[in-house]
Ligand binder design. Structure first.
Ligand code: MLT
Length: 354
C-alpha cells in the first residue's frame, strides 16, 4: 500500500447532476444513547459505471475526510493494506480535510464513478444534511455504500496539567471557568464536535470551541497544552492516555474498554445522556456499478477478518464490523437510521454550519 498524506484534488469530473441538500437542523441531545457514525446509500438497482470485469486494474484511492494521523486516517490505513492485498492493486490513502468532512465527501460524490475513488467517512455523513444547508451532495442519493467498517468509543480527555482528576472535578472546574475553558474539535459535524455538544448539554455549559482539520492536530495541541479539553475516539487517544500525555475522565460507551480498563464509563462517572460511539463506512459515487461495489465489499470483509486488523483495533479500543454489517445493505440501513436520528437532535440544538 502506498501512503499519501497530500491533499491534492482527487475529483474526476463526470456529468451527473448533483442535488443540493436543503435540510434543516435537528435532534435533542438530552435523552441520548446515540450512535455517532456515517454510511452511504445504495440504490439497490443493477448497472452503473466502471469496467467491472477487469476491476481493479490500477491504483485505488481511499479519501479520508480528516487530517493524517487522526482516528479516521488510522482506521483507513489499517484496512487499506489487507484490502490492497485482496484486490491485487495499490491503495493510496489521501487526506482531503475541511468543513467536518463535507469537502472530501463532495469531491468523491463528483468523482469519476469507475470504482477507483472511494470515501471513508463516519457520523459526519449522516449529520451533514442537517448541519450544512447548502450541502453539495445527498448522502443517500449520490453514493453507494460498500459496508460498515468499525465501531469506536469516544473518550473525554484534557491536557495533562488541567487541575481536575475526576469527572466530578472536571464538571465543577468547567462550570466555574466556562468563559475560558477551550474545547477542541474537528469541525462542524465531526464526531468530536457532536460529542462535545453532548458534553456541553450534559453539564449545562457553553464552552469556546476550537475547530481543527481533524483530531490528529487537535490532539497534538492538547498534548502541547494549547487547548484544554476534547472528546475524541479511542483510536486517537488510547496511546496518549496510556503514556500519561493527556488526562482521561470517561469513555462514552455503556461498557469500559479493555485497552483502558481503569477508565470509567460516562454513566459510572455520573454523566447522563452521554453514550456515544462512532461508526465508519466506505462509499463510492452512486453511479459505480453494483459488481464493483461487491468486489470492494468482499475485500472489506477480508480486511476486517485479518488478525492484525482485529488485534490493532482491539488495542485502540475498537471493534471491526461483523461480516453481516460489512455489506452495502446493512450500511445503507444504518445511514438512513442515523440521518433520521440526528435531524431532530441538531434542530433542537440549533446548530448550523451557516
Ligand atoms: C478525524 O479523523 O480527525 C476524526 O474522525 C475527526 C472527528 O470526527 O472528530
Amino acid at each position: 500500500m502506498r501512503q499519501d498524506h497530500g491533499t491534492d484534488a482527487i475529483a474526476r469530473p463526470h456529468s451527473a447532476d448533483r442535488r443540493l441538500g436543503r435540510s434543516r437542523l435537528g435532534i435533542g441531545f438530552a435523552a441520548a444513547t446515540l450512535a455517532l457514525a456515517a454510511c452511504g446509500g445504495d440504490d439497490g438497482g443493477g448497472g452503473g459505471a466502471g469496467d467491472a470485469e477487469g476491476y481493479p486494474d490500477g491504483e485505488i484511492t481511499i479519501v479520508v475526510p480528516f487530517s493524517a494521523g487522526g482516528p479516521t486516517d488510522t482506521v483507513t490505513r489499517l484496512i487499506a493494506e489487507p484490502m490492497s492485498a485482496e484486490l491485487g492493486q495499490q491503495i493510496v490513502v489521501q487526506n482531503v480535510e475541511g468543513a467536518g468532512g463535507t469537502v472530501a465527501a463532495g469531491e468523491v460524490a463528483a468523482a469519476n464513478p469507475d470504482g477507483y475513488t472511494v470515501l471513508m467517512h463516519h457520523i459526519g455523513m449522516s449529520t451533514a444534511p442537517s448541519l450544512y444547508p447548502d450541502l453539495a451532495y445527498d448522502p443517500l442519493e449520490d453514493f453507494k455504500t460498500i459496508g460498515l467498517v468499525t465501531e469506536v468509543p469516544m473518550t473525554i480527555v484534557a491536557r495533562k496539567d488541567l487541575e481536575p482528576e475526576t469527572m466530578e472535578e472536571l464538571v465543577d472546574y468547567v462550570t466555574a471557568n466556562a468563559d475560558t475553558v477551550t474545547l477542541a474539535n474537528a469541525g462542524i459535524g465531526a464526531a468530536s464536535h457532536l460529542c462535545g455538544l453532548l458534553f456541553q448539554e450534559a453539564i449545562g455549559q457553553k464552552l469556546t470551541e476550537v475547530p481543527y482539520e481533524g483530531t490528529g492536530p487537535a490532539l497534538t495541541d492538547l498534548v502541547g497544552g494549547q487547548v484544554d479539553i476534547m472528546c475524541d475516539q479511542t483510536t486517537n487517544t488510547t496511546g496518549q492516555i496510556q503514556a500519561g500525555e493527556i488526562k482521561a475522565y470517561a469513555v462514552t460507551t455503556p461498557e469500559r474498554v479493555e485497552s483502558l480498563p481503569d477508565l470509567p464509563t460516562t454513566e459510572e462517572a455520573g454523566l447522563e445522556g452521554m453514550e456515544v460511539s462512532v461508526w465508519h463506512g466506505l462509499y463510492v459515487p452512486a453511479e459505480v456499478s453494483d459488481e464493483i461495489v461487491q468486489k470492494l465489499s468482499d475485500a472489506l470483509k477480508v480486511a476486517l477478518a485479518d488478525q492484525n486488523v482485529i488485534d490493532q483495533l482491539a488495542e485502540l479500543g475498537s471493534t471491526p464490523s461483523s461480516e453481516e454489517d460489512a455489506t452495502p445493505e446493512a450500511h445503507t440501513e444504518r445511514l438512513q437510521e442515523q440521518i433520521e436520528l440526528w435531524r431532530p437532535v441538531i434542530e433542537e440544538a440549533g446548530v448550523s454550519a451557516d
